[in-house]
Design a protein around this ligand. Structure first.
Ligand SMILES: C[S@@+](CC[C@H](N)C(=O)[O-])C[C@H]1O[C@@H](n2cnc3c(N)ncnc32)[C@H](O)[C@@H]1O
Length: 394
């Protein structure tokens, strides 16, 4: 792609006659779309790519109708949001994972867009809904395929498994997933927000301001495997455990996108809980790059709640984040290995020979040789471990 082409697409984007990204997505997000320009990465042309690259997704662009099942679940994300993320970060026939599948939005979007999909859901009532909605989507696809309006899809490539994602993910092959797209329960935020709603319902707030958000969310269930039943600290520990597995199963250069919202726990003197940074750090701790941050503006869908009045001013958190993490490509992994080797060599270099021998003995490695031999033996082993964690061909 020449820089001239990029500039041209930018200029076109700003011209008033151009469609807005939302309406554009309706064309680029589907296999039957007509695309302007030459299709490139993930089937997106340079022009479509540019149009979709705004760092804020507006409600209008990524909202879609909620059905009765979504309302029953209470915390689903829109199909259009999943479609947009999948179009940006995975190509046709790539596999998309959602470890917190809920009513199946991610896997339905994957089905629509000719991607393969795997979803895990802890509770059978949500897995049941997800399966039924996916069956409906498959039927529609097959009908379209029968009249030549869509590709025939191998529907065995879309799997929903019931159970704890922390266990189920261990069954997945390393380097098999191009994109994880998910939204976790936000620790015990739901329990707190239900209590808050009950309290608000009883109190008499000034009537000029809407004091009740239209949230219908309620706790998912009682399971101690439910991330929604963990306090925030335990939640982050479990998230990091899951992130390590997601890292293992992600292909080199693949993506891992989490939709999250920050929240407040003012009763416990925590005015702002920065969930999106917690998620990004958990990913970075296991090796992902913090690749990007997208804001999903939800103002159009949410009423304003009276917060803190009249003693302290708080904003309404009417937006969520898409935390975009990426597993290094093999080329980047080799660069990172060089940096890691240099750092380890410096650390061991600053140690006494007796201490190096102690470490070697603990690791059941030979302790003979000059200091430089001892260091390279330790560094070699660290690097092996580093690649094992990366879990991809060197
Ligand atoms: C925020 S909701 C996801 C909603 C989904 N994006 C949708 O559109 O329907 C989080 C889901 O994670 C599930 N969940 C919680 N802990 C889990 C675990 N350990 N393993 C698998 N699913 C879990 C909950 O039951 C809930 O349905």
């Amino acid at each position: 792609m020449s820089s001239g082409a990029t500039l041209e697409t930018k200029i076109q984007f700003h011209s008033e006659s151009e469609p807005l990204p939302g309406s554009l997505f309706n064309r680029v997000g589907h296999s039957s779309m007509s695309m302007a320009g030459k299709p490139g990465f993930n089937g997106l042309s340079t022009r479509d790519w540019t149009l979709l690259s705004a760092s804020v997704f507006s409600s209008r662009e990524v909202s879609s109708a909620r059905n009765e099942f979504h309302k029953e679940h209470g915390a689903t994300f829109p199909l259009a949001l999943a479609e947009r993320a999948i179009s940006l970060y995975a190509g046709e026939d790539d596999t998309v994972l959602d470890p917190f599948l809920g009513t199946g939005t991610t896997i339905i979007a994957a089905c629509k867009l000719n991607r393969k999909g795997i979803g895990f859901e802890l509770y059978d009532r949500f897995a049941f809904i997800a399966r039924n909605l996916l069956e409906e989507e498959k039927t529609q696809r097959n009908m379209r395929a029968s009249i030549g309006q869509d590709r025939v899809l191998n529907t065995d490539d879309l799997k929903i498994v019931e159970g704890d994602c922390l266990e189920l993910i261990k069954e997945l092959e390393g380097n098999s997933i191009q994109l994880t797209f998910t939204s976790p329960p936000y620790a015990d935020f739901i329990h707190k927000s239900v209590k808050d709603r009950e309290k608000r319902a009883k109190s008499t707030m000034p009537s000029a301001i809407v004091t009740e958000n239209k949230s219908s969310v309620s706790a998912y269930g009682e399971s101690d495997r439910d991330f929604g039943n963990l306090d925030y600290e335990s939640f982050l520990i479990s998230v990091e455990e899951l992130m390590a597995e997601i890292y293992r199963v992600t292909k080199p250069g693949g993506y891992n996108v989490w939709v999250v919202k920050d929240y407040r726990d003012t009763k416990n003197l925590k005015p702002y809980i920065d969930v999106h940074t917690g998620i990004a750090n958990a990913g970075a701790n296991v090796g992902f790059f913090y690749h990007d941050l997208i804001i999903w503006d939800q103002n159009a869908q949410r009423t304003l709640v009276l917060n803190g009045y009249p003693s302290v001013f708080y904003t309404n958190q009417n937006h969520s984040y898409l935390v975009v993490l990426r597993k290094p490509t093999i080329k980047q992994a080799k660069q990172l290995e060089k940096i890691f080797t240099k750092n380890q060599s410096e650390i061991y270099g600053s140690m006494k020979v007796a201490d190096l021998r102690k470490i070697l003995r603990n690791r059941k490695l030979a302790v003979s040789g000059k200091k430089s031999d001892l260091i390279s033996r330790l560094v070699d082993q660290d690097c092996l471990e580093w690649w094992r964690n990366y879990d991809a061909p060197q």
